[in-house]
Design a binder for this molecule. Sequence first.
Ligand code: HEM
Ligand SMILES: *[C@@H]1O[C@H](CO)[C@@H](O)[C@H](O)[C@H]1NC(C)=O
Ligand SMILES: *[C@@H]1O[C@H](CO)[C@@H](O)[C@H](O)[C@H]1NC(C)=O
Ligand SMILES: *[C@@H]1O[C@H](CO)[C@@H](O)[C@H](O)[C@H]1NC(C)=O
Ligand SMILES: *[C@@H]1O[C@H](CO)[C@@H](O)[C@H](O)[C@H]1NC(C)=O
Ligand SMILES: CC(=O)N[C@H]1CO[C@H](CO)[C@@H](O)[C@@H]1O
Length: 243
Amino acid sequence: MKITLWTACLLSSVAAYPSVQERQTEDHSWRAPSATDRRAPCPMLNTLANHGYLPRNGADISMDILVAGLKAGVNLGADATKLVGATALKGSTTGNASTFHLTDLNKHGLIEHDGSLSRADIFSGDNHSFNATIWASTASHFTSPTISLATAAKARKARLAAAQAANPQFNMSDGDKQASMIETALYLNVMSNETGVTAVTAWVQKLFTQERLPIEEGWKRPKGEIGVPTILGLVGLIGVAGI
Ligand code: HEM
Ligand SMILES: *[C@@H]1O[C@H](CO)[C@@H](O)[C@H](O)[C@H]1NC(C)=O
Ligand SMILES: *[C@@H]1O[C@H](CO)[C@@H](O)[C@H](O)[C@H]1NC(C)=O
Ligand SMILES: *[C@@H]1O[C@H](CO)[C@@H](O)[C@H](O)[C@H]1NC(C)=O
Ligand SMILES: *[C@@H]1O[C@H](CO)[C@@H](O)[C@H](O)[C@H]1NC(C)=O
Ligand SMILES: CC(=O)N[C@H]1CO[C@H](CO)[C@@H](O)[C@@H]1O
């Protein structure tokens, strides 16, 4: 139902603003964010901003900019981007309800949730910055050159259990748990070596620790567009393998 609705919206909003076109022709080399550039709790959105597929300053992102950036950067389909982008816009603090800053995504309970793979829970103060200690606990499961779906599911399950044990205010709704599975499905798929289900460990490390597309390490933009059915199929498999 929701998907049908968003597909309809997609068909009625194909206009490309000059800023989107400019961005697609610009330099996509990696550059670290400046002190004033805004970043999100999502390693992929931060990565795309660091490569200029999203505004490098992380500010004033419209749905058109978001869809174009995810498509050009990692071949995520408009259907998938619009589903999560609609929620992102609900946290807008830009003064324009049609745009958001990457920092707007730090708002707990919007998309941001407890039990992240690489971020602390809001209980411990910082809900959005990369946390090397937490990432190390997740990555301790990644002992091979590749990450299978079963390994990713196990790492996610262990991280949720550790967060719950450490946080007296741990609170993940069913929707949060679904979002967390989607996030695992996304990194597995985008960072897979053409299989779509088995990720390359070194690439996943670069995504999380440097917020960089691992092009130098051999990663290529996925050839096929990643759509909602692909992601939900993976989520189902992660559920069977983990939880
Ligand atoms: C292919 C595209 C994407 C990939 C590979 C991706 C990947 C991820 C991953 C792996 C996480 C989990 C981080 C962690 O647990 O430490 C995450 C979190 C998040 N993502 Fe993305 N993402 C993508 C697209 C998006 C889009 C389009 C949005 C919204 C506009 C978004 C918003 C978020 C937010 C708000 C979080 C924080 C959730 C939390 O609290 O952990 N992501 N993403
Ligand atoms: C709000 O943002 C949208 C999307 O970028 C843009 O089309 C619109 O002109 C903006 N409105 C104002 C009042 O700036
Ligand atoms: C848990 O989170 C849900 C939604 O995210 C919220 O409605 C609820 O009040 C929270 N419960 C506690 C005890 O914080
Ligand atoms: C990382 O998270 C842990 C656990 O919540 C916390 O104790 C630590 O202070 C965090 N590290 C940083 C640098 O924020
Ligand atoms: C990806 O797969 C190709 C073909 O199977 C292989 O030659 C290449 O070494 C793989 N790359 C990585 C980083 O695993
Ligand atoms: C309240 C909220 O949802 N977000 C918090 C995330 O963490 C930062 C501190 O790093 C707070 O400033 C935000 O208020």
